[in-house]
Write a protein that binds this ligand. Structure first.
Ligand code: HEC
Ligand code: HEC
Length: 350
């Protein structure tokens, strides 16, 4: 057996060697794919204190894809009746949320959940409030097939784009092909991966050595946030203020959205939702998966009370007691996570 394997390996190697040699001598047919120039590579500006994000090898970033993805993100052509774009529900000035409790779908029918921010999604390990899709590429299919959203399959969207000169040209230059479903997915994911936000007052204080960036109240709030008693930073941890886990933080009560359970059907997952980043909270209201709280003070009161008791509620959410002044300090700290430069960045807009 071993010997046969050895002979086979030898033959395979020999063949590969001959094949290589042959390739070197004969002129190869010209490659159809557009040749990427070094200048096409997209270099992410990773904020101070952030990890280097992992970009999937199957979909490397390049300038052309990011530019095409941006164009597609803002273009209602992707929806069946050309009424909705990704940006209808993910607006750049609102850190790519939409300001509504539940997003408005096609024909103004509401969706069942609140539109999450897209900042720093390059670091996410699962997407949607219930952590269903595991990659950005897989997430993108959802708004297309949803009849309340684009109501158009990706292949149909590709056909629609193929009728538009500008898109035919852009896909040709980017991929060397006509518009395809995969090309749409790769381009939009690439654009999303460039949405890095890490220049808030908190970052300036913590990572950029600017002692005066946080005022006294924000600093007191910082201490409260990272205290054992409040435990906020047990879940909202690290530079992106999330440990990327799914937790019941006390928002679940019987009859409400069961979150992670809808994906797994494990009873231990009832009422678990993805721990969101807390960046840019000043513009991402209303809060939670259903937008139930319209102010940060309501969120703080929720945690102070411990929320709804239920067997799956995390024992890190157990209630606490703060003075009014301390609550204001905590609120001020949460607001210091807003990155004005990001919210105004023209690179993210059409
Ligand atoms: C009609 C409103 C609407 C449109 C249009 C829309 N989204 Fe969303 N998006 C949402 C809502 C609501 C959620 C959360 C859904 C859930 O958790 O079940 C979401 C979730 C996401 C997420 C997951 C983020 C995370 O951190 O988990 C990404 C990424 C995303 N959308 C990108 C896009 C892209 C790209 C497009 C266009 C191809 C798009 N969305 C179109 C409303 C919308
Ligand atoms: C057990 C983990 C856990 C702890 C501890 C925790 N959170 Fe959360 N937090 C979550 C989860 C999960 C959500 C999303 C819940 C949902 O969508 O219904 C959330 C949502 C939020 C939101 C809303 C964000 C948005 O964009 O909707 C804010 C603000 C927030 N938490 C602040 C805090 C503060 C302040 C503390 C400490 C007092 C804290 N959290 C403690 C898990 C936690």
């Amino acid at each position: 057996m071993m010997l046969r394997f050895a002979i086979f390996s030898f033959l395979a190697l020999a063949f590969a060697f001959v094949a290589c040699k042959k390739k070197n001598i004969e002129p190869t047919t010209p490659v159809k794919e557009p040749v990427l120039q070094i200048s096409d590579l997209f270099e992410l500006q990773v904020p101070e204190g952030f990890d280097q994000p992992k970009i999937p090898a199957e979909n490397p970033l390049n300038e052309k894809k990011v530019a095409l993805g941006k164009k597609l993100f803002y273009d209602p052509v992707l929806s069946k009746n050309s009424s909705l774009s990704c940006a209808s529900c993910h607006r750049p000035e609102l850190a790519f949320t939409d300001g509504l409790s539940m997003s408005n779908g096609a024909n103004n029918q509401p969706l069942s959940r609140n539109s999450p921010t897209l900042v720093n999604v390059v670091y996410n390990t699962a997407f949607m409030h219930d952590g269903g899709p595991k990659t950005l590429e897989n997430q993108i299919m959802l708004p297309f097939d949803n009849e309340l959203e684009f109501n158009l399959s990706l292949p149909e969207a590709a056909d629609k784009l193929a009728k538009i000169d500008g898109y035919r040209k852009a896909f040709q230059e980017t991929y060397g092909t006509a518009p395809t479903a995969k090309g749409i997915i790769d381009a939009i994911s690439s654009f999303e991966r460039t949405l890095l936000s890490g220049n808030s007052k908190y970052d300036q204080y913590t990572f950029q050595g600017q002692q005066g960036a946080l005022n006294a109240s924000e600093l007191r709030g910082n201490t409260l946030f990272f205290s054992k008693e409040l435990s906020c930073s047990e879940c909202h941890s690290g530079f992106n203020f999330t440990n990327y886990s799914l937790q019941n933080n006390g928002t679940f009560e019987l009859g409400s959205d069961s979150g992670r359970y809808k994906v797994t059907r494990f009873i231990n997952d009832i009422g678990l939702f993805k721990v969101p980043t807390l960046r840019n909270l000043s513009v991402t209201k209303p809060y939670m998966h259903d937008g139930r709280f319209s102010t940060l003070m309501e969120v703080i009161l929720h945690y102070e009370s411990g929320g709804h008791p239920y067997p799956t509620r995390s024992n890190l959410v157990r209630g606490f007691s703060l003075t009014d002044g301390q609550k204001k300090d905590l609120e001020a700290f949460l607001l210091s996570l807003t990155d004005e430069e990001f919210l105004q960045n023209p690179d993210h807009r059409p």
